[in-house]
Design a protein around this ligand. Structure first.
Ligand code: CO
Length: 144
């Protein structure tokens, strides 16, 4: 059943696991990308490199900063590649509250946590999404 709610979703970014941002960037440099916004996200134990696509969506390269990073575990198991997709939402708490009422939807994060760029983020388990690790992200309020 389609949700009869007014949430608006936009593609925010696609997360790509890489052993190092420099290694991961190589192909994108070949495509013509020159700049990458780098940031460390301690809650996920990753360094993030954001490539802006110009239509308000991005590619997010993810490099683990420790052995117990979820990205380190992903690289050990699957190697480099697509790790998650991220949908931008206006009110992440409302979306999470909505998902909690949907039967069988397994949230990895019951509450939003700080992500890159000052966003509030939460992950939905791939078992509930058809095999795709899904990140929901609410950008910081303009001027806040
Ligand atoms: Co992400």
């Amino acid at each position: 059943m389609l949700p009869n709610v007014d949430f608006e979703y936009e593609l925010d970014h696609i997360g790509v696991a890489t052993r190092s941002l420099e290694e991961g960037l190589k192909f994108y440099e070949a495509l013509g990308f020159k700049e990458m916004h780098k940031e460390e996200v301690p809650t996920e134990r990753v360094r993030v490199g954001m490539l802006e696509l110009g239509n308000s969506s991005r590619i997010e390269l993810l490099e683990p900063t420790s052995e117990d990073s979820p990205i380190a575990k992903f690289l050990d198991k699957r190697g480099p590649g697509i790790h998650h997709i991220c949908l931008r939402v206006k009110d992440i708490k409302a979306v999470l509250a909505h998902l909690r009422t949907q039967e069988g939807v397994r949230l990895i994060d019951e509450a939003p946590k700080p992500g890159a760029h000052g966003c509030q983020v939460a992950f939905v388990h791939p078992k509930s999404t058809g095999g795709v690790l899904l990140e929901l992200s609410q950008p910081p309020q303009a001027g806040a």
